[in-house]
Design a protein around this ligand. Structure first.
Ligand code: URA
Length: 434
């Protein structure tokens, strides 16, 4: 077998066999097949796509390149919720404790933020001494006691994806739907779960800018999951404005804690309730959204979900008292206010622009090596559908270093699209694909 023949076959839109995919990926991981041949192959995939069978083999081969985490001691219904990356996305902070309070568990790998999107690890690391589980044993211990298990990605999880992603990054093949689908699903399939729920963000601040692309990505990921016997459901959610009111790290933890006390932003609530409903339905506990809502309301009202978050923080090295004392979180030195330059209704808040406005003040990373300032962030004062007048407060920037403050302010003003179109907020759940 020769790599050149496999590339040629893909170029001619002929279907590859499992053996050919194995040969290519094994050779690439071992360093026998060079970058230039893998680059040519990736570009052929970019233009000619992959069939269902090819994509499944490709994904499984990637998954099998590293450790596979299984749990014999976790006797829970395991839900792995994954977000394709949003702005202000604190769903995991709130969802894990709610699922646990309802008798399920999360066991998932979480990532760090990059560019305009945040990462769950960074948000939790706002809490002093908080350490994510580094090994499976730690995750099993914390998840066994609390029902919330979050672990950071290690170099041993799907090493082939790291190698291929780095190559895609410099060969203009990142935005290939089959390659994105296999990259995400190889990591999802590397950890045991009963149900994978993919929160596929759509819109300005998302990886997928259009509903058509989001649908196609979802369809391919669901196809991979289901073809290897892992129930997978995609929820397409709107990213035409940031989720909730806070964008940053410590401030997003506070917003998450407040949600568990029943003080929700409407959009965050809609997304979290829908995902919990899907989990409960597939576990066989409810039929309708209303039944699920009642159950969620109950664990919020009786404080069970909040108590679980507190225990999870304690067991992860932090001080769980933070749920009642926000002074335990890092605080920014200063706040500046941002005012509307127009009259009208907020039609859209460009989430990517807001994510970048938070990044330039230190809440996010422009490169993987950048350090984050957990204390800083943006607080939105107006959401889509709100009426604003010129001079009204639309946002606050909470900062420590004033170096990029004017740039951040200009970006926020630009992000607010204010017009004459009256609308009732945004529809957050766009579609479900299973
Ligand atoms: N996220 C991933 O994990 N992989 C991709 O290819 C794109 C987004």
């Amino acid at each position: 077998m020769r790599a050149v023949d496999i590339i040629d076959k893909k170029k001619k839109r002929q279907e590859l066999t499992k053996e050919e995919i194995d040969f290519l990926l094994e050779g690439y991981l071992a360093g026998i097949i060079p970058d230039y041949q893998m680059s040519a192959f990736l570009m052929a995939v970019y233009f000619n796509n992959m069939t269902k069978e090819e994509l499944t083999y490709f994904t499984l081969k990637m998954r099998n390149s590293g450790d596979i985490i299984t749990f014999d001691k976790l006797d829970y219904y395991l839900v792995d919720k994954h977000s394709t990356g949003g702005v202000g996305d604190k769903v995991t902070v709130v969802l894990g404790p709610i699922l646990a309070a309802l008798g399920m568990a999360t066991a998932k790998l979480s990532g760090k933020g990059l560019g305009h999107t945040g990462g769950t690890i960074d948000k939790f690391e706002s809490i002093e001494n908080f350490k994510f589980s580094l090994a499976k044993e730690e995750l099993v211990e914390v998840a066994g006691k609390t029902g919330v298990g979050l672990m950071g990605y290690s170099d041993n999880i799907v090493p082939l994806d790291k190698k291929i992603y780095a190559l895609r990054d410099v060969t203009a093949t990142v935005d290939s739907i089959p390659l994105i689908a296999s990259s995400i699903m190889s990591k999802k399939l590397a950890i045991q779960s009963d149900l994978i729920i993919l929160d596929v963000k759509v819109g300005d601040g998302a990886f997928m800018k259009t509903i058509e692309d989001a649908r196609e990505l979802s369809r391919r990921m669901v196809e991979i999951g289901n073809s290897v016997g892992r129930k997978t459901i995609a929820v397409l959610t709107n990213m035409d404005e940031p989720l909730g009111y806070n964008i940053g790290n410590a401030n997003e933890i506070i917003e998450g804690i407040e949600a568990l006390k029943g003080h929700w932003s409407a959009d965050l609530k809609e997304v979290v309730y829908e995902i919990v409903y899907i989990a409960l339905k597939h576990k066989g506990e409810v039929e309708t959204f209303e039944e699920a809502s009642e159950k969620i309301d109950e664990v919020i009202k009786n404080g069970k979900a909040l108590e679980i978050l507190k225990d999870f923080i304690d067991l992860s090295g932090g001080d769980g008292q933070v749920v009642n004392n926000y002074k335990l979180l890092p605080e920014p030195k200063s706040i500046i206010e941002v005012y509307s330059t127009k009259d009208g209704f907020v039609e859209k808040i460009k989430a990517e622009e807001i994510g970048k406005a938070a990044m330039v003040i230190g809440a996010g990373r422009a490169t993987k090596e950048d350090e984050i300032d957990h204390a800083v962030g943006i607080l939105l004062k107006k959401k889509v559908g709100d009426l604003v007048k010129k001079g009204d407060l639309i946002a606050e920037i909470h900062y420590n270093d004033d170096k990029n403050i004017e740039q951040s302010r200009a970006m926020i003003i630009d992000a607010y699209v204010v017009g004459s179109k009256e609308q009732k907020g945004i529809k957050n759940i766009l579609e479900i694909i299973e």
